[in-house]
Design a protein around this ligand. Structure first.
Ligand code: FES
Length: 99
């Protein structure tokens, strides 16, 4: 998994449905969130539309809310101040394990 790029994990999602998790590796750690936006509970990313990720900020594909990945909170847009749903995760080698 390349560092500092979002990875969309389909774990638990059936074909045709949005990804269940979004993972962003930062150095030796990884931040994993449910692929749901706190604004309207819609997917942050879809198979067709990837969110923009730049300088530690992830933008929801739906209504362009911007999330600070380190803090896991919306810092700009319609759900300002609301948190993403963070999942406990660990990196072991090239693999990411979620709890
Ligand atoms: S659902 Fe993400 S900004 Fe509206």
């Amino acid at each position: 998994m390349p560092s500092d790029h979002p990875k969309y994990l389909a774990l638990g999602a059936s074909s045709g449905e949005p990804f269940l998790f979004i993972a962003v590796k930062r150095g030796a750690s990884v931040d994993v969130f449910y692929n749901r936006c706190p604004h309207m509970n819609l997917p942050l990313a879809t198979k067709e539309t990837k969110p923009k990720y730049e300088d530690g900020k992830l933008t929801c594909v739906q209504h362009k809310a911007v999330f600070d990945i380190e803090r896991g909170v919306c810092v700009q847009g319609v759900c300002n101040g609301k948190p993403l749903w963070r999942i406990d995760a660990q990196v072991r080698g090239d693999d990411v394990f979620v709890a």
